[in-house]
Design a protein around this ligand. Structure first.
Ligand code: NAP
Length: 261
């Protein structure tokens, strides 16, 4: 099944897994609603996709933490773009890697507001339409952090456990409506993720991916595309994807072990 004629909304489309998902979906013939905060990156992506594949796009410059901004952005879509077939809830972030008793409230709030409330706000704006139309798919990008808690991962792990619980809840509550819900848990993926976690400390970010070959955004995008292109009677409910050298949140075979997760 190609994605021809399908409309996909991808959150966090300005970088990492989201941008690669946009590129793959465009190659498969989808039309795309690209959502993130950095407008310039979204505009550049939209131009690239138009040139490379002829993909039609809409850009939503929006902070998923702001429910009014999410609702206004979706309400501003042209009428012909409102019937969203695929929602990829991918926007998310981690901030800091501190012991819980040393963590910063501001970091906790940013992660909770983005990874849990943001996912809910976008879903609330899109899911009722899918249920009313009797078709659609939501793909939530959670994490291995939603399956296992790792040292200093505390609040980030809690938000991803919540995202995973919400995937399950969506699947249960939409059962029988024709809407499919899929949860994808990546392990270590080399994106802007660690730059964001360490607030631009490139050396710390580099060490996360040192000594082994991490996943690339494209690897996870391919998994998302696989889920999105199953026939209507198939739902990939839950998927875990690791780099070959990763076996759990904390077990990564590194050729140069000079970084402790
Ligand atoms: P990334 O390269 O940092 O991309 C994150 C994306 O989320 C960006 O497009 C960013 O766009 C967007 N975003 C962040 N906060 C936002 C907000 N408040 N409103 C709207 N958009 C927001 O990281 P990534 O690795 O691709 O992460 C994508 C998802 O995968 C996240 O949910 C992450 O938790 C999950 N994940 C990542 C890894 C990994 O190792 N990289 C592993 C497991 C799961 P703007 O900054 O332009 O808004």
């Amino acid at each position: 099944m190609r994605l021809n004629t399908q409309t996909a909304l991808i959150t966090g489309a300005s970088a990492g897994i989201g941008i690669e998902t946009a590129r793959l979906f465009a190659e498969e013939g989808a039309r795309l609603i690209l959502l993130a905060r950095r407008e310039e990156l979204l505009r550049r992506l939209a131009d690239e996709l138009k040139d490379s594949t002829g993909c039609e796009t809409q850009i939503l410059v929006c902070d998923v933490r702001e429910v009014s901004a999410v609702n206004a952005a979706i309400a501003k879509l042209p009428e012909s773009w409102r019937d969203i077939d695929l929602l990829i809830n991918n926007a998310g972030l981690s901030r800091g890697l501190d012991k819980i008793h040393e963590g910063r409230l501001q970091d906790w709030e940013e992660m909770i507001d983005t990874n849990i409330k943001g996912l809910l706000y976008v879903s609330k704006a899109v899911l009722p339409g899918m249920v009313a139309r009797g078709r659609g798919m939501v793909i939530n990008v959670a994490s291995i952090a939603g399956r296992e808690v790792y040292p200093r991962g505390n609040v980030y792990c809690a938000t991803k456990h919540a995202a995973k619980a919400l995937s399950q809840a969506m699947m249960i509550d939409t059962n029988g409506t024709g809407v499919r819900v899929c949860n994808i848990d990546p392990g270590l993926v080399e994106t802007e993720f660690s730059q964001v976690r360490f607030r631009g400390d490139s050396e710390l970010a580099r060490q996360v991916y040192e000594g082994y070959t991490p996943l690339k955004g494209r690897d996870v995008a391919e998994a998302i595309l696989f889920c999105a292109t199953r026939p209507a009677h198939v739902n990939i409910a839950d998927m875990l994807i690791f780099p070959s050298d990763q076996a759990s949140s904390t077990l990564v075979h590194k050729r140069k072990m000079n970084y402790e997760l």
